[in-house]
Design a protein around this ligand. Structure first.
Ligand SMILES: [Mn+2]
Length: 370
């Protein structure tokens, strides 16, 4: 997965961490005595992902000591270009299963467990794939726990449910009542979501954060299927990732505000795995603005990335009399400054350009002083 704001080594670290996550999950399984893993779609960002990524992920999977069930999602659907039809995936050991149809999977290693899923075959399904699967299921035999793997958006969480591929929660609730399943593992949302009071319909979110929009990323769910049938499954949220995509919102008017921003940035742990988007508002003097630019410059190399979120920022740089005097300009430079300062007071596009020009002049004149 490439992120336009991650450059060079930060992108390489992100890519590697996503692959290492597979081995880390095995460690978590051991720690928590989990017996198998289900992954509900979008293991890969796309079927056109770099061959190196596929080979490396498959190699880690081939060493994974627990059974894994992988459901193709909208990013990695089972179409003609499917990543799951590559030789490396077809050569994976038997305990790594890609869900390719509605067949029920049982394993001698997992007595009393059934896994079934609704894979995506293309990026734009025109029907509720989960509902279709549930229709085809018979009630579960006594003593068996059946887990259903689904990918997509649950209608109960959507503001607009008109899309034909929306997953009907009513259909799931009905299937639960009909004893066709015990637990629905959902994928697509990147935030852990307990989607039903029964505790049987969960999005596990994303095991490694990928974007600024996620609410509760870096998590996996530990589900106790042995008590899954009655009265409700025990589900524990476990940390699995350590990337952070952080929006830092601050109002910057004075040098004190800048100090606050500076200490907020320096207090962030694990900077090399943190991407920061600065959403800054306020009206600041040229000297404070120059300080801010220095802070951004020095912080940038510490973080995986650090940039101004222009859409969410609104900073006006306003020269003050003191700065003018401090620079002790004369001759042409002085009249130029005065003219620009006059334009900067307006509230039009030219004023914005004048303020930018003043900021530049301030920096150059300051540099000339030292
Ligand atoms: Mn998806």
């Amino acid at each position: 997965m490439t992120r336009y704001f991650l450059k060079g080594e930060a992108q390489a670290r992100f890519t590697q961490d996503r692959i290492d996550l597979i081995a880390n999950l095995a460690v978590l399984c051991e720690q928590h005595q989990a017996e198998f893993v289900v992954v509900c779609g979008d293991v890969f960002d796309s079927n056109q992902v770099a061959p190196q990524t596929v080979v490396r992920a498959a190699e880690k999977l081939s060493r994974f000591p627990y059974p894994v069930f992988i459901l193709p999602g909208n990013h990695d659907p089972l179409n003609a270009a499917s990543v799951y039809d590559t030789d490396v995936f077809k050569g994976l050991p038997d305990h790594i299963t890609v869900i390719r149809d509605h067949a029920i999977h049982r394993s001698a290693k997992l007595p009393g467990i059934e896994v079934v899923g609704a894979p995506w075959f293309n990026k734009q399904p025109t029907t509720d794939l989960c509902g279709q699967l549930l229709d085809s299921l018979e009630p579960v035999t006594n003593g068996v726990t059946r887990i259903v793997l689904v990918h997509g958006q649950l209608d109960s969480l959507m503001p607009d449910t008109s899309h034909p591929a929306c997953i009907s929660k009513t259909a799931i609730t009905r299937a639960l009542a009909d004893k066709k399943l015990h637990y629905v593992a959902l994928g697509d949302r990147h935030s852990v979501t307990d989607s039903d009071p029964s505790g049987r319909i969960w999005y596990s979110g994303t095991p490694l954060a990928t974007d600024f929009t996620e609410i509760d990323p870096n998590k996996v769910l530990l589900v106790d299927a042995s008590v899954g049938i009655d009265p409700r499954p025990r589900v524990e949220v476990i940390n699995s990732g350590n990337w952070n995509f952080l929006r830092v919102q601050e109002n910057i008017d004075t040098p004190d505000d800048l100090t606050r921003l500076s200490s907020r940035l320096s207090s962030i742990d694990n900077k090399e795995r943190t991407s920061v988007a600065l959403a800054l508002t306020g009206a600041l003097s040229l000297s404070t603005n120059a300080e801010l630019e220095r802070l951004i410059e020095t912080s940038r190399d510490l973080f995986a990335s650090l940039r101004m979120d222009e859409l969410r920022s609104d900073l006006a740089v306003v020269p003050d009399q003191l700065e003018y005097e401090e620079l002790a300009l004369s001759g042409y430079a002085r009249s130029c400054w005065e003219e620009l300062a006059e334009s900067a007071k307006q509230s039009n596009e030219a004023a914005e350009q004048a303020r930018d020009a003043l900021a530049l002049m301030y920096r150059l004149a300051e540099r000339g002083k030292s």
